[in-house]
Design a protein around this ligand. Structure first.
Ligand code: 0RQ
Length: 504
């Protein structure tokens, strides 16, 4: 037994993952820890998948509802999705097998703003939370839980679940103790909410550990397994160009006196482009930056190392294997500069608005009037989910969206006449950036927006077809505020589905 379980009465609850999974009943709703490949339970999900498969082999029904912080890893989302035994999945995923289960209509996916998840669980929208399965770094002598590499929904799941299984993962550095900031009052439901006392990204307002009711803990599994995040792709020319335009824009705003020299707290979305933007900042002129974001990617660790970033506040790490090892080795040094918070604090609209966060997120497609689709391929097929993008985009000081101008080797234009699904409406978007340039939408009416989006952001091959669409729409529309030709507005998507390309 590892020395990580320091509370004597809890030590007696150690068991195997198989023994813990045997406690689960058909139809249970389980709240798992885990956020972008960090801090998810490593052994319990596999054992539960085996239990579900065995039930199915015996001709018995067995389904569980899977709630998490956000996406996890193949050992959790993948393993459970492959059983065909996932009922509801919420609030975010990015796993290929889970995506297939959702798009096959087998698993019911509820794609939910990450900051809203806590109140939805507490109000019982998913029914009773039967079990919480939470990875921790250690259990203290007085029975408190030291969080691991993500905080996510853990506070809520530990508080709300009938039963709790803990995984104590020795791979996580013990030096993480003190990095987390667990604020409890944010979970109060209306009309008992209190102001969130965050005035700067570096404010600590809570405690470093989770409280837990030991009577609810039914099992403790000891593990020693690494978090599994996908490594980032090497920076390509398009990502570097996008980062360049963003830095130029920020520099201009400082020169015009509209942003302070150290900018405002940065939020950077998931994905390779977001990581490239961070790499650009590491080489850029800005000093004393802060970040108030959802995940800490490799690029943000580099920024901390250069000293250009003074503090990074988030809910989880989303590090490549190499950077995760480094974080583990040097957690004691990073502890003063990194704060991991519950996701209803990291993504809290009140904090995002007060701090004036500069939000930068990826998209699947944007339309000529500024609406953004972050989630659906060709209107119907779920990619990942909205995640925290709208928690930030809707409330940010600048709401920037970045994307390559085309997808699928140029067959798809990411700038389209009308988005096939809306996640962020025109009212929440203020800038688009592609490898061709930046469309600054501030102060522009829809028709003026369409001109700058097409001229500055669309791929040159799609600019004329987009202008032709605008001409047609202006002729056919029943109003000139946001002119559309409803008969052909989604024609590009239809053409892609029929021919494999949006190109005329
Ligand atoms: O498909 O994987 O099959 O090659 O979508 O696209 O270009 O690799 O971009 O990794 O930055 O992800 C919006 C999905 C972008 C992400 C999205 C295909 C493309 C590829 C991925 P393949 P890229 P990224 C919270 C931040 C929502 C959640 C969020 C996302 C795959 O950013 O999930 O923002 N966002 N969270 O080929 C068809 C198009 C396409 C397309 C791309 N128009 N049509 N396929 N793809 N555009 C806040 C935080 O703080 C973290």
């Amino acid at each position: 037994m590892s020395g990580r379980i320091r509370n004597e009465s809890l030590r007696s609850k150690v068991m195997t993952a198989g023994e813990a999974a045997a406690l689960v009943q058909d139809g249970w709703t389980i709240g798992f820890s885990g956020f972008t490949g960090a801090g998810y339970p490593k052994e319990f999900p596999g054992a539960l998948a085996a239990r579900i498969n065995a039930a199915h082999d015996a001709g018995e029904p067995f389904r569980v509802n899977v709630l998490t912080g956000a996406s996890t890893a193949p050992e959790l989302d993948g393993a459970l999705a492959r059983t065909g035994g996932v009922g509801i999945r919420a609030p975010y995923q990015s796993d290929p097998d889970m995506r297939s289960a959702i798009n096959a209509g087998d698993a019911d996916y509820l794609d939910i703003h990450l900051s809203h998840m806590g109140q939805q669980v507490r109000r019982g929208y998913f029914g009773r939370l039967n079990l919480a399965v939470v990875e921790v770094t250690a259990i203290t002598e007085d029975g408190k839980l030291v969080p691991s590499s993500s905080v996510g929904m853990n506070r809520t799941y530990l508080d709300e679940a009938d039963f709790i299984v803990l995984e104590v993962n020795e791979w996580q550095s013990e030096e993480l103790l003190g990095m987390h900031d667990i604020f409890y009052d944010v979970g109060n439901l209306p009309p008992h909410r209190v102001p969130l006392p965050i005035r700067t990204a570096s404010d600590r307002i809570g405690q470093p550990v989770f409280d837990v009711d030991p009577a609810k803990v039914v099992g403790i599994i000891e593990t020693n397994s690494a978090d599994r995040n996908t490594p980032f792709k090497p920076l390509d020319d398009d990502s570097k160009a996008i980062a360049g335009y963003l830095l130029e824009f920020l520099g201009d705003e400082v020169r015009k006196g509209r942003l302070p020299e150290n900018l405002l707290p940065l939020q950077s979305g998931v994905g390779n482009i977001a990581n490239a933007v961070l790499a650009g900042l590491a080489e850029g002129p800005f000093e004393n930056l802060t970040s108030y974001t959802e995940v800490i990617q490799d690029g943000m660790v580099d920024l901390l190392d250069t000293g250009k970033l003074t503090v990074a506040s988030a809910t989880a790490f989303s590090l490549s294997p190499e950077y995760a090892e480094r974080m583990n080795r040097e957690a004691a040094d990073y502890r003063s500069k990194i704060i991991l918070r519950p996701q209803d604090v990291s993504n809290n609209p009140e904090a995002v608005r007060r701090l004036g966060v500069i939000a930068c997120n990826g998209l699947i497609e944007a339309d000529i009037y500024g609406n953004v689709n972050s989630t659906h391929i060709m209107g119907s097929r779920m990619q990942n989910g909205i995640g925290g993008s709208a928690d930030f985009a809707r409330n940010a000081y600048h709401s920037i969206f970045v994307t390559p101008s085309t997808a699928k080797r140029g067959a798809i234009s990411c700038i389209v006449p009308m988005v096939s699904h809306v996640d962020h409406s025109e009212h929440s978007t203020s800038m688009f950036i592609t490898e061709h340039g930046i469309a600054d939408l501030r102060g522009l009416s829809p028709r003026k927006r369409s001109k700058v989006i097409i001229d500055n952001c669309a791929h040159p091959d799609f600019r004329e077809p987009l202008r032709e669409y605008v001409k047609l729409a202006e002729k056919k529309a029943n109003g000139m505020h946001t002119p559309h030709d409803l008969a052909s507005a989604l024609g590009w998507h239809v053409r892609f589905l029929e021919t494999g390309t949006m190109r005329p």
